[in-house]
Design a protein. Structure first.
Length: 459
C-alpha cells in the first residue's frame, strides 16, 4: 500500500526518512466473488480477530512508532464493529487511518460520514469497471456497479477523506482501463485529489487457478504505455503495480514498487506466530529476476521482478534488459514522489545489496509443514490444524486435520513418492494425536519423522 498524498519537497540537506506503513487484517469475510480473488481458493471459513486482539495489535504497532495504519480484509467494512476499530486507532494516536474496501458497504446512507467522524481519513477503494456489465462480471455479484456508484457519490459528498482507487487489471477490463479512470474522475469531480493504482493480476488463489486452466493475461495484452500517456495528459496521479520496469517504457517512475524502493517504504504486519511485528519489506515474496534477460538489465536493483507463477505459465519472451542508467531513473522517481534526488546514490547502493533471486521458494507459512525430496519437482506443503468438521481436508484424526496445497502443475497425489509421504505423515500425526500432543508439537513431529529421502520443516 502506498502513501495517499505527495510529501512536500524537502530541503537539500534533509535526510531521507524511512516510512513504515502498519497493516492490520480485520476479516477474511467478503460479499463479492471476484474473478481474481487472491484468497477464495484457500479460504477456510469466517475468521477475524476480536476487538481485544485488534487493540493489542494496534498498541504493538504504535509502540514501534507507526503512525499510519491501513485496515484490510477480504472486505474490511463488513465487520459490525468497524466504527469501534476506527475510533480505537484514533484514540491510540494513529494519524493516518485508512480502510481498504470494495465500496459496497459505503452504499448505506450516511455510513461513510460516520466512519469519517470516527477518525477514518483515507480510503482505498476497488473499482474494476465503468459499466454494470464489466463491474458485475468481475465481482461475480449483481448490482455491484450500482452500489459502488453510490459509494463514489458518498465520497464526492464527504470532505477530509483521501482517495486511492485500486483497479486490478484482468482479462475482463484490460481494454477499458482509461475509461474506468475517467468514470471515477467524473463521479468524484475535477477538483478531488485521487491516486489511481493499476495492479496487474497477481497469480494467487482464484486468479492462479483460472490462469493455469485457461492461460494467463499477459503483459503484452495491456498497453501500459498508452494508459500512462493518457493519464499524464489528464494530469492524474497514478501508479502501476506488479509489472516489471521493462514493460513501462518511459513511465518507469510510475512503478508502485519503485516508489517504495525510492522512498525506503516498509510494511509492519503482525507476525502470525508471535506477539511481535515484522517488517515485510517491499512485498517481493514470490518474485524472481531470471538470469536471462534480467541478469544484464541495468534497472535490476530497481525492478520488482516477475511473479514466478507468471514466468512458469508465460515464459520470459516479453521481458528485455534495459540499458538506462539506474541512477537517473531513481532520481526521477525520488523527484516525482516528493523526495530529494540527491538521495539517489545512497538508495541505489542500498538497493544493490538486496537479493534479486533468479528462482524462488515461497516463505513457509505458520501452520504448514514443508516436505522436500530431490526427486520430486515441487515441495509438498501440508496444512495441519485443529479439526474443523465443516472444512474439507485430505485426512482427519480425532483432533487434527491435514490438507495439502495444490501443486502449480499436475496433481501431487499422482506421484507415488508424494502419496507415500502423505500416508506416512498421516501415520505420524495419528500417533501424535493419540499421545496428546499439541497441534504445534504434532507439526514438529511430522516435519521431523519423514520418510526416506525426504526433508521436513515446520512453520
Amino acid at each position: 500500500m502506498g502513501l495517499f498524498w505527495s510529501k512536500p519537497q524537502p530541503p537539500p540537506e534533509a535526510p531521507l526518512e524511512p516510512t513504515q506503513l502498519a497493516v492490520v487484517h480485520l476479516t477474511n469475510v467478503c460479499n463479492l466473488r471476484c474473478v481474481f480473488c487472491l484468497e477464495r481458493a484457500d479460504r477456510g471459513g469466517p475468521q477475524q480477530p476480536d476487538l481485544a486482539e485488534v487493540r493489542a495489535s494496534l498498541r504493538g504497532l504504535r509502540e514501534t512508532g507507526a503512525t499510519d495504519v491501513v485496515f484490510m480484509g477480504a472486505e474490511t467494512l463488513l465487520r459490525q464493529d468497524a466504527l469501534d476499530v476506527i475510533r480505537l486507532a484514533r484514540e491510540l494516536g494513529f494519524e493516518r487511518i485508512r480502510a481498504a474496501t470494495n465500496g459496497t458497504p459505503l452504499a448505506r446512507t450516511g455510513y461513510l460520514q460516520r466512519l469519517a467522524d470516527a477518525g477514518l481519513n483515507a480510503i482505498e477503494l476497488s473499482i474494476h469497471g465503468a459499466t454494470a456489465e464489466i463491474a458485475d462480471r468481475i465481482a461475480g455479484v449483481p448490482h455491484t456497479f450500482v452500489r459502488q456508484a453510490k459509494a463514489l457519490d458518498a465520497l464526492a459528498a464527504t470532505a477530509g477523506i483521501a482517495v486511492t482507487v485500486n483497479m486490478v487489471i484482468c482479462r475482463e477490463n484490460a481494454a477499458a482501463l482509461p475509461e474506468i479512470a475517467a468514470y471515477v474522475r467524473q463521479k468524484l469531480g475535477p477538483a478531488r485529489p485521487i491516486q489511481f493504482k493499476f495492479i496487474f493480476t497477481h497469480l494467487l488463489g482464484c486468479a492462479w487457478e483460472q490462469a493455469r486452466d485457461a492461460g494467463p493475461l499477459r503483459y503484452a495484452d495491456v498497453d501500459f504505455l498508452a494508459l500512462a500517456d493518457r493519464l499524464e495528459v489528464a494530469r492524474e496521479d497514478f501508479f502501476i503495480d506488479n509489472a516489471p520496469l521493462c514493460r513501462l517504457g518511459r513511465h518507469t517512475s510510475r512503478s508502485l514498487k519503485l516508489k517504495s524502493f525510492a522512498g525506503d517504504e516498509t510494511y509492519l504486519d503482525r507476525a502470525a506466530d508471535a506477539n511481535t511485528y515484522l517488517s515485510t519489506g517491499f512485498q517481493l515474496s514470490g518474485q524472481v529476476w531470471p538470469t536471462q534477460p534480467c541478469g544484464a538489465c541495468t534497472l535490476r536493483p530497481l525492478c520488482q521482478g516477475v511473479e514466478h507463477q507468471y514466468l512458469r505459465l508465460a515464459g520470459r519472451a516479453e521481458l528485455h534488459a534495459s540499458t538506462r542508467p539506474a541512477i537517473g531513473v531513481l532520481q526521477e522517481a525520488l523527484q516525482l514522489h516528493g523526495h530529494n534526488p540527491r538521495h539517489a546514490k545512497a538508495r541505489l547502493a542500498a538497493l544493490a545489496l538486496e537479493p534479486r533471486p533468479a528462482g524462488v521458494v515461497s516463505p513457509l507459512r505458520v501452520g504448514f509443514v514443508r516436505l522436500t525430496h530431490p526427486q520430486v519437482r515441487e515441495p509438498l506443503e501440508l496444512r495441519i490444524e485443529a479439526t474443523q468438521p465443516d472444512k474439507p481436508c485430505f485426512k482427519r484424526t480425532p483432533r487434527f486435520d491435514v490438507a495439502y496445497r495444490p501443486w502449480n502443475e499436475g496433481n501431487a497425489t499422482d506421484n507415488l513418492q508424494v502419496r507415500a509421504a502423505l500416508e506416512h505423515a498421516v501415520a505420524v500425526l495419528t500417533a501424535a494425536d493419540a499421545a496428546g500432543a499439541s497441534v504445534e508439537n504434532a507439526r514438529a513431529q511430522v516435519a521431523a519423522q519423514v520418510g526416506e529421502g525426504w526433508s521436513g520443516a515446520a512453520g
